[in-house]
Write a protein that binds this ligand. Sequence first.
Ligand code: UD1
Length: 360
Amino acid sequence: MKKIHLICAARPNFMKVAPLYHALTKEPWCDVKIVHTGQHYDQLLSDVFLDQLKIPKPHFYLNIGSGSHSEQTGKTMIGYEHLCQENRPDLCIVVGDVNATLACTLAAKKCNIPVAHVEAGLRSFDMTMPEEINRIVVDRVCDLHLTPSEDADLNLLKEGVSAGSIKRVGNIMIDSLELMRPEIQKSSILEKSKLQDKGYSVLTLHRPINVDMPDKLARILETINGLEFQCIFPIHPRTRKVIEGNLLSISYDNLQFIDPLPYTEFMRLIMGAKYVITDSGGIQEETSYLNIPCFTLRHTTERPITVTQGTNQLVTLENLMQKIKTGFSNDTSLTCNIDLWDGKTSQRIVKHLKEFLNYE
Ligand code: UD1
């Protein structure tokens, strides 16, 4: 029986971990344990996602919490190294690009435990993003690169990663979306918020570059407040802190500020939106898959396939209004057809993990 640790830490990790956890628990050859580092600890950023996605209470909780990058990364390394010493797994699986992805990879590798990275190979080529540093270091030292798309494979090959360790498996978030689609469709968030299908837009913002400087955040909110559609804005705690500290005196009539939403409510909101404005990574992918126009308020994206084959456009604060007015160059009647974004990624990952661990 192979012992596997599946690491989760922050909100975007849970929809990547859930389908894989469910697939692995059906396999007789492995014993999978959830390790939650505690990077996100709020009920609305963590527990509600575990509940909705039917991830059990984590088998191991490291309770790391917030802090500077080095504090968070260092504490997670120490916490996970202790766990590996007491409960050594045969394989550590990390997902995405958050600080815990980096920390657990480094701690596991230094204990000579192999690491598999789900969502390997994505690159924004923007070294000011903490996530880009995490992605590059994780992919440099991990053993199995499970990639979502061809561009990711090519990035890894250019960095000298051996072709044999790269397995293109598709986008695991689409597995969660398809698994949860019936629940998403049952959500009454539109009725509760008195919204009509396609009669509103959605905004999410949490990247340091957009939210950490109050002046910049104020300009973003003013611009979006001036757009035609009513805009629903579930606020990330990082962004809330800046608004509450600096911008409470300004009124934004067209923006509806709400708390972060659970997964099914949020995805229902996205499905009904006329368009989405975001700086998230995952939302670029979900909107592409669902064929919802997405305007990404960033200069770069680590998910270029959402621009070339999906519904995503990179925008600046200066051209946002114009881009929305002139609509979408990619006709929104197109349906997204990205290879292997099909809800079966976790099955493919299981097959590769079994081969990797030489389990017949
Ligand atoms: C982290 C990830 C980012 C991901 C995002 C999704 C890194 C480097 N960043 O950014 O890639 O897109 O999660 O949300 O790993 N806070 C709370 N409650 C919580 C967690 C955080 O109030 O449960 C507040 C704290 O004040 C904290 C701040 O939010 O300092 C930022 O949290 P942190 O986990 O450091 O980074 P995120 O901005 O959430």
